[in-house]
Every structure is written in C-alpha cells, then in structure tokens.
Write a protein that binds this ligand. Structure first.
Ligand code: B16
Ligand code: MG
Length: 215
C-alpha cells in the first residue's frame, strides 16, 4: 500500500515556473537570443544546464560563457524568489499536505532545483515535510529516477510504496523509471504517462485518491 508522497516543487506546490521563465527571458534578451513564454514550456522540470542548452540551440559558447550565463540566470531567479510567501502555494497544496500528514503518510519534496530549500522556507512548509531532496542531492537530473529513488530512501520506503506528484514530462518519466506511482498535473500531452492525470491539486483529497491505488 501507499506509505509516502514525493512532491515536485516547481509547478506542483508553487508556480516558480513563472520566475524561472522571467529569469531566462532576461538572460536571453541580454544575449540577443530569441525566446518567449511558449519556448519556455519546453524547459518545465528541465535542469538548469539542459535548459540553457535548449535556449542557445546551435549557437556556440565556451564552457566559461555557459557557466557565466547559468550563474547570471540564477542571480535573477534568486532575486525573484525572495518575494515568495505562503500566499504563493498553489490551490489545494496545503490542504493535501495536512491531510496526508494526519493520515500518517510520509512526505518528501523532490525538486531538481538548487534553490528548493529557499523556496520551501519562504512558502512556510518546511515543518510539514519529512525529507527534502534537491538539486544538490544527486548527480543525474530528471528524467533519471535517481532524485526520487533517493527521496524514497530518505523516507525509509520502497519505490512502489511512493506516489510522485509532478507537472513535468521529465518528472513523470523519472517517477515511472524509478518504479513509483505517478500523478501528473496538467495536460495529457505533457503528463499523460502518469498513472493518474489531474488538472491541478485544487480539491484533491487523499480520502478520494487512496481508492485509486492498491490497498
Ligand atoms: P535551479 P522542479 C526544476 O525544479 C525546475 O522545474 C526547472 O525549471 C529548473 O531549471 C530546475 O529545477 C533547476 O533549478 O536552476 O533553481 O537549480 O520542477 O524539479 O522542482
Ligand atoms: Mg516541476
């Protein structure tokens, strides 16, 4: 049966996807590289380096320039997330976290972001989770299962006892590759490989969800 939940952060518990977008847009503008909101969709859940590679396309940059651009984007992003408060939690997130805790389900946050701890602190949910696994925890980013496997391990659970909640294609792939259950938030074109697809966490309860998993 299900004993643990692993929540992705960006796009699941809060919409930092918007801040990542604004930071990448600023960098792209400075570099004169065409970029827009639609192009940003392809970066959802994608690591910092892989995101930059998608943005620069076939333009050539040295490794030093690439590192400088990654740092610059991160500076813009870090500035933007200072303003996050518990008001930035997405609808349904806090209710589900509280209900899961009450039910004795272990909770981890599994984010590819190196800024996850800051965001979690600012959202005020650090005391509601049993483990935080972030961009510093493992080498291989999503879609590799490593991050979620490490999260399950931190919770003391087997992968098949865990449900991963994700908004990104790469994240759903990572969960399935790790042998976990996956709930995908968003359109089927993006998260259709998940076991359960929902528009968002709004109105989602464990009481109802649990009937959909093996007892
Ligand atoms: P950083 P998640 C991911 O977080 C974001 O979705 C993705 O847009 C970002 O590039 C990646 O983290 C790395 O973040 O640059 O802050 O280290 O969705 O896995 O919570
Ligand atoms: Mg995400």
């Amino acid at each position: 049966d299900i004993r643990g939940f692993i929540f992705d952060l960006d796009g699941v518990l809060t919409d930092t996807a918007e801040y990542h977008y604004q930071a990448w847009q600023k960098l792209a503008d400075e570099e004169g590289i065409p970029f827009n909101r639609q192009a940003n969709e392809a970066l959802r859940g994608v690591s910092r380096r892989a995101s930059l590679m998608l943005i620069i396309g076939d333009r050539t940059y040295s490794e030093a320039q690439i590192e400088e651009m990654m740092e610059r984007k991160n500076r813009y992003y870090v500035e933007l997330i200072q303003h996050i408060t518990s008001q930035d939690l997405l609808p349904g997130a806090i209710a589900l976290l509280n209900e899961l805790r009450q039910a004795g389900i272990k909770i981890a946050i599994g984010s590819g972001s190196k800024n996850a701890k800051t965001v979690i602190e600012r959202l005020g949910i650090a005391d509601k989770v049993d483990a935080i696994v972030d961009g510093y925890s493992v080498q291989k980013p999503k879609p590799a299962p490593d991050l979620f496997l490490y999260a399950a391990h931190q919770l003391g659970l087997q992968p098949q006892q865990c449900v991963v909640v994700e908004d990104a294609k790469a994240g759903v792939e990572a969960a399935k590759a790790g042998g976990m259950w996956a709930i995908g938030l968003g359109p089927v074109e993006r998260v259709g490989a998940a076991d359960i697809v929902l528009p968002s966490l709004a109105g989602v309860t464990w009481a109802e969800l649990r009937t959909k998993f093996p007892q």
